[in-house]
Design a protein around this ligand. Structure first.
Ligand SMILES: [Zn+2]
Length: 222
């Protein structure tokens, strides 16, 4: 967005219209100046599809499919090495700030373990916040996205990144509330932010803080 600080973080909350198809996460940005569709890849946002106003979003998946080779090559260059995981020595235990608890990592399939912990703890947390806020997502699920903390699609389905387990509780809460508020406002308008502010009065500070939060995520969690 124009006028914002230069992007620093790789993981962030993207535009509400973030969607994921064919395993590639992307954000859609509508530009009044764009004449045609362009794909941009840069940290922190990863893949951004810039579309002219009135462009039909249904065409985006096939555009992504056509450019898949370029997208994957470029993403691999700008995002952390996804093959770094197995080479990084695993600690025996790790601390999960989100839950203020330690996790034993003796099991080999620690990514699956992280997912099930996120499923058991983050999903009920999100449902509870949604009830408190009077919002009704169609579903809340856990994924292991590479470049986003969470998303809310046009059907009201919310996805939360299992890497949120490595963030402090107030930032996890911020991400959940941010996505829940997209059920009301599918954009980042002033109305959206004032709506979010009602449930998270410090949301602007949290938004700044989350820009560097990716560094709390250990390499093996990718
Ligand atoms: Zn958002």
């Amino acid at each position: 967005m124009p006028g914002e600080d230069p992007p620093r973080a790789l993981l962030l909350i993207r535009e509400s219209m973030t969607e994921s198809r064919e395993g590639i996460d992307y954000a859609v940005r509508v530009s009044v100046r764009a004449r045609r569709v362009t794909l941009r890849i840069a940290p922190p946002e990863g893949l951004v599809v810039v579309v002219p106003r009135d462009f039909s979003r249904g065409k985006i998946p096939s555009i992504i499919e056509e450019r898949r080779t370029w997208i994957e090559k470029t993403l691999a260059r700008v995002l952390p090495d996804k093959n770094a995981g197995p080479d990084v020595p695993l600690p025996e235990r790790c601390f999960l700030p989100a839950l203020q608890t330690c996790l034993d990592l003796e099991e080999k399939d620690f990514l699956t373990r992280l997912r099930s912990i996120a499923q058991e703890r983050l999903v009920p947390w999100a449902w509870s916040l949604s009830r408190d806020a009077g919002l009704n997502p169609a579903s809340i699920s856990i994924r292991n996205q590479r470049t986003i903390w969470g998303s809310c699609n046009a059907q009201g389905r919310i996805s939360l990144n299992q890497k949120l387990l490595f963030l402090k509780p107030h930032l996890v809460r911020y991400v959940i509330l941010h996505e829940l508020c997209h059920l009301e406002y599918r954009n980042h308008s002033a109305l959206f932010w004032s709506f979010l502010e009602q449930v998270d009065p410090a949301c602007k500070a949290h938004r700044k803080e989350i820009r560097s939060a990716q560094w709390s995520v250990p390499p093996w969690a990718y």
